[in-house]
Design a protein around this ligand. Sequence first.
Ligand code: 5AD
Ligand code: SF4
Length: 348
Amino acid sequence: MRDILEKAIETHSLNKTEIIGLLNSRTDAGDLFAAADLVRRKFVGADVHLRGLIEFSNICKNNCLYCGLRRDNKALERYRIDKNTILALAKHAKSMGLKTVVLQSGEDVYFDIPKMTEIIAGIKSFGLALTLSTGEKSFREYEAYRKAGADRFLIRIETTDKKLYEENDPGMSWERRVQCMRDLKKLGYELGSGCLVGLPGQTTESLADDILFFKDMSCDMIGIGPFIPHPQTPLKNAAAGSLETALKVMAITRLLLPDINIPATTAMETLAPDGQIRALQAGANVIMPNITLTQFRQYYQLYPGKTTTGYTPDQSLQKVRDKIASIGRTIGQDAGQSKKWLKEHNNQ
Ligand code: 5AD
Ligand code: SF4
């Protein structure tokens, strides 16, 4: 195992067998996490970049088996936050010192090109970097957002196992999802993706494929989260993913993509109170504090037990700041663009 880790630290390249070896090893996750921490420090430094997350609509036309926002979950109260409230939240994010705002929603067709471009232009007028996480759209739509000023886009592949993907995301096509990623890259977005860890039927081999896929697709950001069963979904009785495995997938991703951005995800924190701290010490360099208004948070139920429910934007941000300070890390003072993206676009 030491040999594989040394090779990864030096070359940032591993084959599938080596990745599977690291994922299956029962003994040396500590060494793996230390190696990822070292590579993180060397390539992206001590800074943790904050992204203010606004969950602006929980309405979704899709029916992913794992997700509490799926359209067949009739028990969930649905909401949309209007444009002016979104802009007020973004302005507040700016006043709290945040440099990036992430607009996330289910796939809600109400927010069409005219509505989205107005919101995007409004947020950009505050001098913030803007990430969108609103799902699969046409090239034309992604292009309109980009022209309006959106900088980054998050769209997880969820799993590179096409069969597993299409079983879990009925009516959706795996190839279409990959096409969305290509379109975003082509339009010059910083491309964020990622996967779920612990979906029923997912194999270690397919997790290794996920990591290699992130490298192949030249992703600029990768968010990895353990699957957490939601009681109002068809997967309610399935076992949750393991935090340890999710951290391993994340650490190996850092080894292979040394200069990207990697968030310590909320799903990790949901499985253990120190989940995000462990992630920050195993390759992560980003946290996305939730800045959605308290009244809406309880309804953005991708999975149960989200630790951000019940807090205000200011409280959520303070908790994150405290966490970062507690392990001696610093908070990024710039927009925290992906170093990889900057290199590719000759800005550095
Ligand atoms: N557990 C963990 N993560 C989930 N997501 C959706 N449902 C769940 C769940 N039950 C994740 C998906 C999606 C992101 C916004 O939330 O990976 O891309
Ligand atoms: Fe909708 Fe995304 Fe949930 Fe799927 S994972 S149901 S697309 S919000």
